[in-house]
Ligand binder design. Structure first.
Ligand code: ADP
Ligand code: MG
Length: 160
């Protein structure tokens, strides 16, 4: 079964709040790939996600690091940005598998570049630019855990 849900946002803060809603329903071991063009809002989503976990301080795009690890929140948070990764074999070099299978929750910007990363994900969240401040966020599950996650996210966005 594949679960899916769409939600529109009209500001960067709105997108951050959707990140917060996802964080509230995440558990250790969850992995979500974030897709969308440069400037779509993946990092703003991740920032709201981190804030909800209780991570204080700036969460930046890990473009030059490929992954940033935050341990001070409710659950460890691993924020990947694979924009500059060249091949899927390099995922091992950045401890991708170890982190994703560990006791934290992972968000993977540009994960859709590599089938290995897509296969590790419970859900894919795509951000589409509709207008200057307008975005459509579409999430689709790819595992049984992802089905639960998407349903919980939908309920969190709708009533939470
Ligand atoms: P990405 O990580 O996908 O490259 P960023 O989150 O770094 O994107 O940047 C998104 C850009 O789009 C920011 O400049 C932000 O201010 C702008 N923006 C405008 N509207 C939105 C929205 N609804 N959601 C997210 N970002 C938005
Ligand atoms: Mg980014």
């Amino acid at each position: 079964m594949t679960a899916s849900f769409k939600t529109r946002t009209v500001s960067q803060e709105d997108t951050a709040l959707r990140g917060g809603a996802l964080a509230r329903v995440c558990r250790p071991g969850d992995c979500i790939v974030l897709t969308g063009d440069l400037g779509a809002g993946k990092t703003h989503f991740a920032q709201g996600f981190a804030r909800e976990l209780g991570i204080t301080g700036a969460v930046s795009s890990p473009t030059f690091n490929l992954v940033l690890e935050y341990e001070q929140g409710r659950i460890p948070f691993y924020h990947f940005d694979l924009y500059r990764l060249e091949t899927g074999d390099q995922l091992e070099d950045i401890d991708f598998y170890q982190l994703v299978e560990g006791d934290g929750v992972s968000l993977v910007e540009w994960g859709d570049k590599f089938t290995e990363a897509v296969e590790a994900a419970d859900a894919i969240l795509a951000i589409e630019v509709l207008g200057e401040n307008d975005r459509m966020l579409s999430i689709r599950s790819s595992t049984a855990r992802g089905d639960v996650l998407v349903a919980a996210f939908e309920s969190e966005v709708s009533h939470g």
